[in-house]
Write a protein that binds this ligand. Structure first.
Ligand SMILES: *Cc1c(COP(=O)(O)O)cnc(C)c1O
Length: 429
């Protein structure tokens, strides 16, 4: 495959945009090479500036659950744009999508729309802190909750209780209020709570982790967190920016029958436009301005184009009875196909899968937290990534990302993908 135009565009972009990208994950830093510039996309495919076609497993990092340029979303946005793109006044469509979201998601009474997943998580912890009158939060190593300061805390070494910032610009003052626990380790959470009695406002978690590859919660883990929160006056925040409207209509809360106190959304809820949201029961949401004291606002929040896209998306998801079954079947088919191919090679691997989230880790041990996720062989991943890319299969340029399966993928696409993995094993032999 030739990437001449992408290379030229990247060169030009680097002159005026730091690193040539507006989100660092788009750079090929982890895998080497030059980012591919997208030109258009339809259904399961994305086309680059050089005219190459890829079967897409990033899907804008999650939003395109139903495939690119999904008809009803495109139509809804076109129609809305004709009547004005932003007003700074309430609009009827905001209530319409809020009513639908509240109907689809268990255990929430009210929802507030923002512009990104970052904003949703950032606002959710402010609300949790305001509501409980406490400052500290617990997050899990390897979980991503957007790029606001409180969440950019890396794993501290050994017994360190306080996180250290993993980005300059995050102050020690902020870092000391973010406590780190290991994913799937209840004992660890218990210890943090005991060491910080009556100081912890919230535990925030990706109920299925997706930002260190796909890592499912162990049996009883989420419920264990629920019980710990109940007995210690701590709010449980499910960051469902990735899992919301993807794993089930009601997201991970529905899938695992565990109720969170605050739920964050993004990605699918905007159908590909910039949308985030956070939701909770009345008691908590009424603590938010203008009803309550916790401030939150946004010039473009609830933007009509974004709401139109999100509403078209949620309506389809809500009315398509077999959607989640189809997604699960496609993902399982891919899982089996890749397993068969890799088993015939001597490449060590582990595949994790929940619903339409799947990831291939190049290590044979069980992957259940950040430490086990980073054990994967990154050289194998780099070779894998470039082999797949050259064969027209686009996966995220990082070993720590989930593949996002969409309903637009056909079984032919999946077979083509499995065949590409087989070719990769031959290249490696
Ligand atoms: C993507 C993501 C975010 C951040 O959302 P943005 O829209 O990129 O700000 C937060 N949490 C999780 C779990 C995510 O996957």
């Amino acid at each position: 495959m030739l990437y001449q135009r992408s290379s030229a565009l990247f060169k030009e972009a680097q002159e005026v945009i730091p690193g040539g990208v507006n989100s660092s994950v788009r750079a090929f830093k982890g895998v080497g090479g030059t980012p591919i510039f997208a030109k258009s996309a339809k259904g399961a495919y994305v086309y680059d500036e050089d005219g190459n076609r890829y079967i897409d497993y990033i899907n804008s990092w999650g939003p395109m659950l139903l495939g690119h340029a999904f008809g009803p979303v495109v139509e809804a946005v076109k129609i809305k744009a004709e009547s004005g793109t932003s007003f700074g006044m309430p609009t009827a469509i905001e209530t319409e999508i809020a009513e639908l979201a509240v109907e689809m998601v268990p255990n929430i009474d009210k929802i507030r729309f923002v512009n990104s997943g970052t904003e949703a998580c950032m606002s959710a912890i402010r609300l949790a802190r305001g509501f409980t009158g406490r400052d500290k939060i617990i997050k899990f190593s390897g979980c991503y909750h957007g790029h606001s300061d409180a969440f950019l805390i890396a794993a501290g070494s050994g017994g360190a209780t306080f996180g250290t910032p993993n980005s300059p610009g995050v102050t020690q003052g902020t870092a000391k209020d973010t406590l780190l626990a290991d994913y799937n380790n209840l004992e660890n959470v218990k210890q943090l709570i005991e060491a910080n009695t009556n100081e912890i406002a919230a535990i925030i978690i990706e109920p299925v982790a997706g930002n260190m590859g796909c890592i499912p919660p162990k049996e009883g883990f989420l419920n264990g967190l629920r019980l710990l929160c109940n007995s210690n006056g701590i709010l449980l925040i499910f960051d469902e920016v990735m899992t919301g409207f993807r794993l089930a209509k009601g997201g991970a809360q529905e899938l695992y029958s565990v109720n969170a106190d605050i739920v964050c959304f993004g990605k699918v809820i905007g159908g590909g436009l910039p949308v985030g949201a956070f939701a909770a029961r009345n008691e908590i949401m009424n603590y938010l301005a203008p009803l309550g004291p916790v401030y939150q606002a946004g010039t473009l929040s609830g933007n009509p184009l974004a709401m139109a896209a999100g509403l078209a998306m949620l309506k389809t998801i809500n009315s398509d009875k077999d959607l989640f079954k189809r997604l699960e079947e496609k993902t399982l088919y891919l899982h089996k196909g890749i397993t068969d191919v890799l088993d015939k090679s001597n490449i060590q691997y582990t595949i994790n899968r929940v619903g339409s989230m799947i990831s291939v880790h190049f290590d044979e041990g069980e992957v259940y937290d950040f430490n086990t996720a980073v054990k994967g062989n990154n050289n194998t991943f780099k070779a894998f990534f470039h082999s797949m890319l050259n064969q027209g299969i686009y996966i995220a340029p990082s070993a720590f990302e989930t593949w996002f399966i969409t309903d637009a993928l056909s079984y032919n696409d999946l077979d083509e993908t499995i065949a590409a993995v087989e070719k990769f094993t031959k290249e490696m032999a």
